[in-house]
Design a protein around this ligand. Structure first.
Ligand SMILES: [Zn+2]
Length: 171
């Protein structure tokens, strides 16, 4: 079932999400709903706070070389912890909670991610490139941060002006 996505400037997006402790059927149902929401919204990643649930959960489904998203590539990441960050990469990012805006953002190129799966099992992966970028983008959501906060002052100002204008025209 698709859930409603909250969008900037909704203050809920500033919430610092809490660790997940119960890996039960409620969690599994929620993960399935997050997947439907992400795919139906054409997203490659989604954090639980974007559907107003302040839990440390994120989903990623990175498209293959043909641009297709395959459920076998789905990552359900719970209680993530990043280490071993290396290098820098600039990538044009967008966000389902900041519709219609895309900006170049600098992140770590490589990292190690420790997390738990839907059954609470400890997992580890090494990420680079787009996967590394997407992990950092989604973990920022869990810490109440948005990618637009990383913009230099001038570009942030310009964004706020254009975003307000767009919101008005959508009403
Ligand atoms: Zn986002």
């Amino acid at each position: 079932m698709k859930l409603p996505i909250i969008v900037y400037p909704d203050k809920k997006l500033k919430t610092v999400s809490q660790a997940v402790e119960d890996f039960n059927t409620d969690l599994h149902k929620f993960l399935d709903d997050m997947y439907d929401t992400m795919i139906e919204s054409n997203g490659i990643g989604l954090a639980a706070i974007q559907v107003a649930k302040p839990d440390r959960i994120l989903l990623l489904c990175i498209p293959d070389e043909d641009g297709e998203q395959d459920k076998k590539d789905l990552l359900e990441i719970i209680n993530p912890k990043v280490s071993n960050e290396k290098g820098t990469i600039v990538y044009q990012e967008g966000c389902l909670s900041v519709p219609s805006f895309y900006e170049d953002i600098e992140r770590y190129e490589k990292l190690t991610l420790d997390y738990q799966d839907r059954h609470g099992k400890e997992m580890r992966l090494e990420a680079e490139g787009l996967l590394s970028v997407a992990i950092q983008h989604e973990i920022d959501h869990l810490d109440g941060k948005l990618f637009i906060e990383k913009l230099p002052y001038g570009r942030r100002k310009k964004f706020e002006k254009e975003y307000k204008k767009l919101q008005k025209s959508n009403k």
